[in-house]
Structure formats: C-alpha cells, structure tokens
Design a protein around this ligand. Structure first.
Ligand code: SAM
Length: 326
C-alpha cells in the first residue's frame, strides 16, 4: 500500500494522457496554445499502463483519464479499455470538454466507464465562445443530453469567474432540478500557462454558497465522501445535486488521496507542487517495477502537508492545467 508522510493512503490516480486541447479556455491556456511537448516526450500507452498496473498493485483502485482533452489523443479508447482491465482498478472516470464525446459514448458504456465529468462553464452560447474561444457549444450541449440519456454518472465542472459567468451559477444549479447530475462549482486557480494575469479570487467557495443560498435559502447539505474534494448540497426537490470545490482556498487537503501523473510522466504529489520526478526518464533508463515502486514510496514520504506548503516549496511558475492533467 502507498501512504504519504502524513498517514494518508493514496488510492486515486489522475492520469494526464495529452497536453493538447481543441478548446482555448482563457483561464487554462493562452489563445495561441502552449509550447506543446513533442510526441516522444509524452508517455506511450504502454508506459501509462505499466505505471497504472504498478500503482494498482500498491492499492490504487480509481483512475481518472484527463489532459489536455483526452479524446484528441489518437486511439485513446484503446488506452481506456486497457486501463479498465487492470486488476485492482475498480473505477475509471474521464474528464472531458465534451466536444467529441458522443461518438465514443456507446463504447465507453460497454467498457463500463463509471463516471464522466463534463467541463461546461456556462449555459449561454455567446459566453461559451468568449470563454473557450471555440465555436463548440452545440456539440457540448448535445454531449450533455447524450450523457443524460446514457445513464452514465455525470458531473459538470464549472469554473466560477467574476465578470465572466456569475450569471450562470443559478441556471447551472437549476439544471439539477430536472437532471440527475452533480454540478460542481470550482474556484479558479492560477494554472493558466501564463495566458492571463491571475488575481486572487473573491468568488471563493463561501461566496458561491452564499450566492446560491440567496436564491434558495433551503439548500440542504449532503454528506461528503471521506476523500471528496467537493462540499455537496441539494436544492429542494432536485433530482441531482451540486458541489463546491475550494480548489484555491484549499480547505480539502487533509484527506487528499490523489496521485497526479502528467502526460510527460512527471509525478505531482500535489496539484500545487512543481512536478518532482520524471517516471518517463526513470522507465526509459531501465528501471524495474521494484525500483518504480520504491521511487513512489520515496517521493510520497516527502509530500507537502497541503497545497500552501507545496506552493511554497515549488520553484515552477504556474503552468497550464492542460500540462498538469487537471
Ligand atoms: N479537457 C478536459 C476538460 O476540459 O474537461 C480535461 C482537462 S481540463 C484541464 C480539466 C479541468 O480543469 C476542467 O474542468 C477545467 O475547467 C479545469 N481547469 C482548467 N484550468 C483551470 C483553472 N485555472 N482553475 C480551475 N480549474 C481549471
């Protein structure tokens, strides 16, 4: 089993499968894109599967496929299917922008994908265009409807940004009245790849909740799973629920069970750490499974207590969520 130096067991791998994305959300990367790594610098499927198998042997039982946009990586379904088949992996989830999800849904359902997180920052076509800088609103809304019809557990990720989508908070909440969906409001973080100046947010988890309670005073607090990153609630008589993720104010670190592997194979023991070790280089230099296991143990025995400590220790400027595997 894999534990960190604070007694937290690691159970959940977030695997970034590509840095590339077909949207250009202004809070994530610059309009012209990033200085994307060459294909040879990105882990192959075999390397990703090997690291996942080793981690599964160490007690990791849940994997999230993320990026960049997972569905822009060629043959991604092959990787998803192989990861799902690894012994010990009970749950495979995907985070996607939904632009090309529909064509893959039947296969994803057949593989038994447990849940899909759809990123959608607003319910208005014009605002969508302004935020993502791509005309893909209709495709994403079609994906949302297809997800609702498929019965796959669905969460919507909405990054809350002052002056950009505050007017969408209540309509997003109200989606849960009609649909069995969990809408998650995420505090904006500085991981934008230099695409914009980050000013410390005022719309934090507390403010978002107060805003919703201003419209729905009888919001009910739900019980959160032990390692949940979201504080969960429900509107009266809603089919779904909503959550708030204090990603920037970081009140959730105490139960963090996550491991992040970037598309280049760097380990992040915390979202806010600079990326400490290249498993890609280690594997390509011939490391054995035993050496890889020991390396995970060593790195997690020196893990920051929380995101503030990790940020303090990190010398890296804030990169894009797409290169981290958000
Ligand atoms: N392309 C996929 C998608 O759009 O869902 C997966 C990768 S994306 C980087 C993962 C999540 O990170 C999305 O929900 C996105 O909104 C979120 N994200 C990106 N940049 C962020 C930032 N600066 N602050 C908070 N969340 C961010």
């Amino acid at each position: 089993m894999l534990y960190d130096n604070h007694g937290r067991q690691l159970r959940y791998l977030r695997l970034g499968v590509t840095e590339r994305c077909n949207l250009r959300c202004f809070y994530c990367m610059p309009e012209e894109g990033l200085n994307f790594s060459h294909r040879s610098q990105i882990l192959s499927f075999e390397e990703m599967e090997r690291l996942t198998r080793i981690l599964a042997e160490m007690g990791i039982n849940k994997v999230r496929i993320t990026g960049g946009e997972p569905f822009v990586r060629k043959n991604i379904m092959e990787l998803i299917e192989n990861i799902s088949a690894i012994e010990g992996i009970d749950s495979v989830n995907i985070t996607t922008n939904g632009t090309s999800l529909i064509e893959h849904l039947p296969k994803l359902k057949a593989i038994g994908i447990d849940a899909i997180n759809l990123s959608l920052d607003c319910l208005d076509k014009e605002r969508f265009l302004k935020i993502t800088r791509r005309d893909e609103y209709d495709q994403v809304m079609n994906s949302f409807q297809a997800l609702m019809d498929s019965g796959i557990t669905t969460k919507i990720n909405m990054v809350v940004m002052e002056e950009h989508n505050l007017e969408d908070i209540i309509p997003m909440c109200e989606l849960t009245l009609q649909h069995k969906v969990n809408v998650r409001f995420i505090e904006e973080m500085p991981f934008n790849g230099g695409g914009k100046k980050f000013t410390p947010i005022t719309w934090n988890a507390r403010q978002i909740l107060a805003h919703i309670q201003g419209h729905y005073p009888n919001v009910e607090k739900l019980t959160d799973a032990e390692s949940s990153t979201s504080l969960n609630y429900q509107l009266p008589n809603a089919k779904g629920s909503f959550g708030i993720i204090p990603a920037y104010t970081r009140t959730i670190c105490h139960s963090c069970d996550r491991i992040r592997l970037t598309p280049k194979g760097e380990l992040k023991t915390c979202l806010y750490d600079g990326g400490s070790f290249s498993f890609r280089d280690f594997m390509r230099a011939g490391a054995t499974d035993e050496e890889i296991r020991n390396q995970f143990r060593t790195l997690f025995s020196n893990r920051a207590k929380d995101g503030f400590e990790a940020q303090q220790k990190s010398s890296n400027p804030f990169e894009s969520m797409a290169t981290i595997g958000g």
